[in-house]
Design a protein around this ligand. Sequence first.
Ligand SMILES: NC(=O)C1=CN([C@@H]2O[C@H](COP(=O)(O)OP(=O)(O)OC[C@H]3O[C@@H](n4cnc5c(N)ncnc54)[C@H](O)[C@@H]3O)[C@@H](O)[C@H]2O)C=CC1
Ligand SMILES: O=C([O-])CC(=O)C(=O)O
Length: 307
Amino acid sequence: MNKVAVIGSGNVGATTVQRLAELNIADIVMVDIVEGLPQGKALDILQAAPLMGYDVDVKGTNDYADIAGSDVVVITAGIARKPGMSRDDLLATNIKITQQICASIEQYAPDAIIMTVTNPLDIITYAALRCTQFDRNKVFGMSGLLDSSRFASFIAKELNCSVKDVCAMVLGGHGDSMVPLPEYSTVSGVPLSKLMDEATIERIVNRTINAGAEIVAYMKSGSAFYAPSAAIATMVESILNDTKRIVPASAFLNGEYGQHDICLGVPVKLGKNGVEEIIELELTKQEMEALQRSADAVREGISKIRS
Ligand SMILES: NC(=O)C1=CN([C@@H]2O[C@H](COP(=O)(O)OP(=O)(O)OC[C@H]3O[C@@H](n4cnc5c(N)ncnc54)[C@H](O)[C@@H]3O)[C@@H](O)[C@H]2O)C=CC1
Ligand SMILES: O=C([O-])CC(=O)C(=O)O
């Protein structure tokens, strides 16, 4: 049986465990620093198994030794933002949490693939890669698939069509400078530009960029977790089943898209070896400039963790 460890048993972590259990693809260990929290949530999820028809094991623990043998470790531990905060405001707290967790992963699950979720996503992913010194295919972040799913849901709503026919793409950092790509977003193969006027596309693009903040503003404390956990589960499934789905994720770039020494959202092929390929899309001059601005914003954050 495959094994997945989910670090952090808060909103994103626990919902991820629920979704993974319902996919029935791996035994799951959920970890948190709060005593009793992962144990209680794990029991609750297990007790739904007879009703939902899954038969994987779900264990809650405060002991990192229990992550030993994990194929994938998902890091969701850390603070979430409140209204008025940017994701970058979480860096000082979440970087320390991430560094501690990475040391435990190195110790107990040195062969695991790491998927970061904690914000600010691209900087945390870079830190996880540097801390563990794992190969770059084995450390990447969940971001673009969530942003693309949001973009797709807004397109479907606007066109009053099935979301099943929508394919959307968002590149760049998981922040205000993310780069939704209308040119690579289609409905049953028809480019968005043939289905909507420019003003409508711009409105949907801006809503996508602000989608996380829109939810934070509604919720007052805490941020999104249903769509984020759906994106995480989709990516974990592609790895464990070696499906080789092509999805945007924050990956370490070594010359791709003209970028070096940075983690940034780009389309990747996800299989049993993690990021098996980085796909380089042909971008217009404007799109390349937007990606460069996004990379500059991520680099500013990375420079803070270096100093
Ligand atoms: N990449 C993305 O697209 C998304 C990222 N996020 C980020 O995910 C993170 C978690 O969000 P939520 O689950 O909503 O927060 P939450 O507050 O509900 O849960 C966080 C959990 O982490 C635990 N934790 C803190 N330090 C820990 C440590 N050292 N070891 C183990 N557990 C520890 C806390 O006890 C808490 O249970 C936030 O940083 C948030 O910004 C959230 C949604 C989407
Ligand atoms: O908005 C946040 O802080 C959480 C997040 O990254 C998202 O929902 O995209």
